[in-house]
Design a protein around this ligand. Structure first.
Ligand code: CMP
Length: 140
């Protein structure tokens, strides 16, 4: 399969613990290439829009508050089967259920402070990439 792209966020629990390099190393070792990256501090409005699909979920307000509690690193990752490859190295949403060797098992703190976000489909990857990056900011 040709190389394609996915979208990743290194979350505030990881920036707070200064482990963005450790996370990125695991992504790279899983065969993903960082073709865009920036450290930002999301506004509440931005986080609410980004996670809009979860608006009705009971954890929505806590999720948004957590995601704006500190800086994040937004990234575009490129590689063969990038969406699935990234989901595999991230591990299950709840680190308690994640496989050994995954980012969430090795580094995450909780289901909320779970260190990384990754797109769940090619379609959502395209939407999420466009939410944070202009085409010229992505250099493959
Ligand atoms: P993420 O992939 O960023 O997408 C939505 C996030 O909601 C998810 O990761 C979790 O970190 C967060 N979250 C917090 N509580 C829950 C929960 N009870 N179930 C699922 N996701 C949760």
């Amino acid at each position: 399969m040709a190389a394609n792209r996915t979208f990743s966020i290194i979350k505030p629990d990881a920036t707070r613990r200064n482990i963005t390099g450790a996370v990125t190393k695991m992504l790279e070792e899983a065969g993903l290439r960082v073709v865009a990256s920036k450290r930002i501090h999301m506004s509440r409005e931005q986080a609410e829009e980004f996670y809009g699909v979860h608006r009705e979920r009971p954890f929505f307000n806590d999720l948004v508050t957590f995601m704006i509690s500190g800086p994040v690193v937004v990234q575009v990752l490129e590689g063969e089967n990038a969406v699935q490859r990234n989901r595999d190295i991230m591990g299950a949403t709840n680190p308690a259920n994640a496989d050994v060797g995954t980012i969430r098992k090795e580094l995450a703190e909780s289901i909320e402070a779970n260190s990384v976000h990754g797109s769940d489909s090619d379609e959502n990857a395209a939407t999420e990439i466009a939410f944070f990056f202009k085409p010229e900011e992505i250099v493959g």
